[in-house]
Design a protein around this ligand. Structure first.
Ligand code: HEC
Ligand code: HEC
Length: 224
């Protein structure tokens, strides 16, 4: 009996120990280090783009402008495997990306503002400058679908938290300006239970494939 209890408590403390290793917290008085963030961003840029604009034809999500708390939470979820993300595994542990680094990079990315349209050319502008402007633009191409059904579904089910125009609010991420391919995978993951979302059965349980396409169509034109 005693041995068994001892073994169990040893097992438990071991679990708790790895738990704290994998999702530790930032000290309360931690100060944001922009230069550290810029260094870390070089690791992320290969997939998410140097300005957090996303990439891989929309497989890698846009991170620029997402709420800092939201991104920090997601990285914690990758670390604890609550949210499964194979490509990010090498970055999703405390040894490679300790909590202070997570705080820095998410603060940095959250502060990047991208436009949805190229600014008008006024006067002479050189090619390089135009290229840099173009890099800081994410324009989501129009997605095919029934806009009316998409709007109805969105307004009834999603608007309360993600806002009328899909720009999000507080720690609720924007769903407008995000890449369609990525969003589609998230909708499917919410529906199947692969990824968690608040009230997911009510919100996604009865979402048909057609509803998914239609809501995506609606979101794709909100940044026009
Ligand atoms: C090898 C490619 C790759 C690299 C490098 C990478 N990521 Fe990711 N990341 C992904 C993929 C793929 C997803 C989306 C997973 C999914 O579909 O759920 C993702 C998702 C995320 C998300 C969640 C976004 C959301 O809207 O929920 C955050 C936050 C994130 N990455 C941060 C980072 C940071 C910070 C770095 C650098 C330290 C980084 N990633 C490096 C591939 C990568
Ligand atoms: C009760 C509030 C609420 C409602 C209603 C809601 N959401 Fe969310 N949504 C959230 C929160 C909070 C998150 C952050 C993820 C989490 O739950 O941890 C989120 C995350 C998401 C994400 C992930 C974004 C990313 O970058 O990965 C998508 C996509 C999304 N919601 C789509 C929808 C859609 C589509 C609807 C309507 C069918 C909807 N949500 C309704 C609160 C809500």
């Amino acid at each position: 009996m005693f041995v068994k209890a001892l073994a169990r408590s040893a097992g438990l403390s071991c679990l708790l120990f790895t738990g704290s290793l994998w999702a530790a917290d930032v000290p309360e008085d931690y100060e944001y280090d922009k230069y550290n963030a810029e260094d870390i961003n070089e690791l992320c840029a290969g997939c998410h783009g140097s300005l957090g604009q996303g990439g891989g034809g929309g497989v890698y999500p846009r991170l620029a402008g997402l709420p800092q708390e939201y991104m920090e939470e997601q990285i914690k979820n990758f670390k604890t495997r609550k949210r499964v993300n194979i490509p990010m595994v090498p970055f999703a542990n405390d040894r490679e990306l300790p909590p202070e680094d997570v705080r820095d990079i998410t603060t940095y990315l959250s502060n990047i503002k991208l436009a949805s349209q190229l600014p008008e050319v006024s006067g002479r502008i050189d090619g390089l400058e135009r290229l840099q402007q173009a890099e800081a633009v994410v324009q989501i191409p129009k997605h095919e679908g029934d806009l009316e059904n998409g709007e109805e579904y969105y307004m009834e089910m999603c608007r309360g938290c993600h806002n009328k125009d899909g720009m999000g609010r507080g720690n609720k991420p924007a769903v407008t300006g995000q890449h369609i391919k990525y969003l589609k995978k998230q909708f499917q993951d919410f529906r199947s239970g692969e990824r968690e979302h608040v009230d997911q059965v009510e919100l996604f349980g009865e979402m048909t494939d057609k509803d998914i396409e239609d809501v995506l169509a609606f979101l794709s034109v909100q940044d026009d």
